[in-house]
Design a protein around this ligand. Sequence first.
Ligand code: PRP
Ligand code: URA
Length: 207
Amino acid sequence: MPVQLVDHPLVHDALVALRDKRTTPEHFRRAATRISVLLAAEALRELPTSSTTVDTPLGPAAGRRLAPDVVVVPVLRAGLGMLEAVLELVPSARVGHIGLQRDELTAVASQYYAKLPASLDASYVLMIDPMLATGGSAVAALDLLGRAGAHVVRIVCIVAAPEGIALVEQRHPHVVIYTPVVDEGLNQHKFIVPGLGDFGDRLYGTV
Ligand code: PRP
Ligand code: URA
């Protein structure tokens, strides 16, 4: 099951704010954080926990703590707009960064930065990148994570295109993609239609 559609009223409410071309960077950032909390919570639903006991002021209470090492990897730059939300959910997560930039003419992604935590083989890796368009950036990031030893990787995105999903499925069949929506497809500039435009530009006001 490579795609998990996250269907929640709050997700759709934030998505419509992100899509709206009138949304300012300030409100765009807030909607990005809001939707990312919900998407990440869903992507982390299967995280194993270990049993524990804590003392409340009234006595012992059984509970569960996160068991695995969680590593979150934003794909720069747009993925940074989702990072704060994930760290709010998993404050102990380690963070890796992968910098990828699509060429404006060819839409081919090239890597300009990478810094990953060590020992990813036993980690639960959450790759965050809001837009899955051709899938070129996602596959480049997944290739890098694979070479770094990552075995369990989930992608959280905000808008996905069928082309990107197909490429990830073909090249990394074990990776699960969490998204609220699969849009119609790509235009001649390889932008998602209807999509929301250039996520990074709208996030940072660089349009
Ligand atoms: C965007 C987006 C993805 C990529 C998706 O980044 O954040 O990384 O495009 O497109 P793809 O699936 O066709 O590869 P962009 O390269 O525009 O860089 P930015 O985040 O710095 O704006
Ligand atoms: N990157 C974006 O920010 N938006 C798209 O539609 C495609 C790639």
